[in-house]
Design a protein around this ligand. Structure first.
Ligand code: 13P
Length: 250
């Protein structure tokens, strides 16, 4: 169901104490009725944070990645059953840092999504173009391909377990946010792509988040757009003083 969502992606930041304290502080908040909060916590701290997020039914836990295989000899990898056992509800799939730094292909992402959905978990599927693509005004083709090859081989029923996050790479960690209009244009484009693939009802139900230098100062302007259902927030999700105002920006 389409919801307003404030999701934090902590990436490879914070230690155990800092993570638990942040999860505790966020979980103590009175989250507005129409908002869901998701915390993308580093693997080692998921369980400890779950003891706090469990206390607030509007706060959920995400892992930032997962392995596409069920189990077995995959040294250093983490399986979905393991993530389920520590209280995870969502998996972030296809973040640009996984695509570009770790070479994750659309095919691999599609495989991960299939495994995540088969386990009854939810997906936050990231897409978004690099700067040179934006400069060539080819962002729509680029994102359409990411959707087609990475996401659109799932069923309409399974799409109900997916949140899409549009994160233009040139706006991630750079302080350069997409303008509210640029975000709205791409979100409308993505929603239309969902409509073409799955029909109008599905396109109206899917939540599409914007990510890339979301801050308390720009969250309201971004989230007030018709097709922007919230944010996937990196840097500003690491402190309760900056994340809570974003949660309250709808
Ligand atoms: P920043 O908010 O730090 O730009 O990061 C965005 C992001 O990559 C969230 O997944």
């Amino acid at each position: 169901m389409r919801k307003n969502i404030a999701a934090g992606n902590w990436k490879m930041n914070l230690n155990l104490d800092q993570s638990v304290e942040l999860a505790h502080q966020v979980s103590k908040e009175q989250i507005p009725n129409d908002v869901e909060v998701i915390l993308g916590v580093p693997y080692p701290f998921l369980y400890s944070c779950s003891l706090h997020t469990n206390q607030n039914n509007k706060v959920h836990l995400a892992a930032q990645n997962c392995n596409e295989h069920e189990k077995g000899a995959f040294t250093g990898e983490v399986s979905l059953d393991q993530l389920i056992s520590v209280g995870v509800d969502y998996i972030i799939i296809g973040h640009s840092e996984r695509r570009t730094i770790y070479g994750e292909s659309d095919e691999l992402l599609a495989q991960k999504i299939k495994t995540v959905l088969s386990k009854g978990l939810k997906v936050i599927f990231c897409c978004g173009e690099p700067l040179n693509i934006r400069e060539g005004n080819k962002q729509e083709d680029f994102v359409a391909n990411q959707l087609k090859n990475g996401l659109f081989n799932i069923s309409a029923e399974n799409l109900k377990s997916v949140i899409i996050a549009y994160e233009p790479i040139w706006a991630i960690g750079t302080g350069k946010t997409a303008s509210p209009q640029q975000a709205q244009d791409m979100h409308a484009f993505i929603r239309n792509a969902v409509k073409n693939q799955y029909g109008e009802a599905a396109s109206k139900e899917v939540s599409i988040l914007y990510g890339g230098s979301v801050k308390p100062a720009n969250a309201k302007d971004l989230f007030s757009n018709a097709d922007v259902d919230g944010g996937l927030v990196g840097g500003a999700s690491l402190k309760v003083e900056s994340f809570v105002p974003i949660i309250n920006s709808f």
